[in-house]
Design a protein. Structure first.
Length: 256
C-alpha cells in the first residue's frame, strides 16, 4: 500500500484500530494503567521508526521484546481487558437481542419507569436528612456476583423499604442496595472500588464504589452523601455530581 494507493478496506482497518485504541484509553483514563498506555504507545512508535529505517540489530532486539511483551501486557492490563470485553458483551448482547422470548413477545417499553419515582423520592428524602445511601440499578446483567455478597431481599421497590434499609441504625445501611428485574434484589452488598484518579478527593468510599461498579458493568448507581446530602449519579464510569431530584429522574428515564 502506498500513500496514493489506499483501498476502502484500508480506511476501515485504520478506523477500527483507532476506535479500539480510543475505547481502551477511555477504560484506563485516570488510572495507573494510563501511564503504561502512553509508554506502550511511545514504544510502538519507536519500533515502527527503526523498522522503517531498516535498523536490523535494533529491530531484532525489539522483536524479541515484543514476542514476550504480549504476555506481559495481558498480565498488566488484565482488569482493563476484562472490563472491555464485559462492556462489549453487555452493549452488543446478540443472545438477548435474538432470543426466542424476545422475538415472539409483545414489545414493552418503560417497564422500569414506574419504579423510577420511588427511587428518586427515596434519594430526595435521604438527602434532606443527610443519610448516606448507595443504590445500584442493573440494566441487563443481574449482578449476581455482587448480590451474593449481601442479604437477599427480593422485594417490590418502594421508597419506604429503601429508606428503612438506609436508616442510620440499620445493619444494612453501609452496604449497597442492588435493584434488578424491577425488584430490590439485595442489600448490604459489597462493590468493587474504583482506582481512578479522576474522582475528586472530597468524595468518599460510596462514590468510589459506585464508580467501580459502573466501570465494570452496564449498571447505573446513585449515591447520597451523608456529609453534604448531595445526590450523585454514575453510569459507564462517568459521574454527574450534585444532581437535583428532577435531573435524577430524567437521567434514569434515559437508561430505563
Amino acid at each position: 500500500m502506498t500513500f496514493l494507493d489506499i483501498r476502502f478496506i484500508d480506511l476501515i482497518d485504520i478506523t477500527l484500530v483507532a476506535y479500539l485504541m480510543y475505547r481502551l484509553y477511555k477504560l484506563i483514563r485516570g488510572t495507573v494503567a494510563q501511564n503504561i498506555f502512553f509508554g506502550l504507545f511511545a514504544f510502538i512508535a519507536f519500533w515502527l521508526f527503526i523498522k522503517f529505517l531498516n535498523m536490523e540489530l535494533s529491530t531484532a532486539i525489539i522483536d524479541n521484546i515484543v514476542n514476550v511483551g504480549v504476555i506481559a501486557l495481558i498480565v498488566v492490563f488484565q482488569q482493563e481487558i476484562r472490563r472491555f470485553f464485559l462492556l462489549l458483551g453487555t452493549k452488543y448482547n446478540i443472545a438477548n437481542r435474538f432470543s426466542f422470548e424476545k422475538i415472539f413477545s409483545t414489545p414493552s417499553t418503560g417497564v422500569m419507569n414506574i419504579y423510577n419515582k420511588p427511587i428518586v423520592r427515596t434519594c430526595q428524602n435521604l438527602a434532606k436528612t443527610k443519610t448516606g445511601a448507595l443504590i445500584v440499578i442493573s440494566k441487563k446483567s443481574e449482578l449476581l456476583d455482587y448480590v451474593q455478597t449481601g442479604e437477599l431481599v427480593n422485594a417490590v421497590i418502594s421508597s419506604r423499604l429503601l429508606e428503612n434499609i438506609f436508616f442510620k441504625n440499620s445493619p444494612l445501611h453501609d452496604g449497597a442496595v442492588i435493584v434488578a428485574q424491577n425488584k430490590i434484589k439485595a442489600a448490604g452488598c459489597i462493590l468493587p472500588v474504583s482506582q481512578s484518579f479522576d474522582l475528586p478527593k472530597k468524595l468518599g468510599l460510596r462514590h468510589r464504589a459506585a464508580l467501580g461498579v459502573t466501570e465494570a458493568t452496564d449498571a447505573s448507581a446513585i449515591v447520597v452523601s451523608e456529609e453534604t446530602g448531595k445526590i450523585s449519579y454514575f453510569h459507564a464510569g462517568e459521574i454527574n455530581h450534585g444532581v437535583t431530584p428532577d435531573e435524577l429522574e430524567k437521567l434514569l428515564a434515559q437508561e430505563y
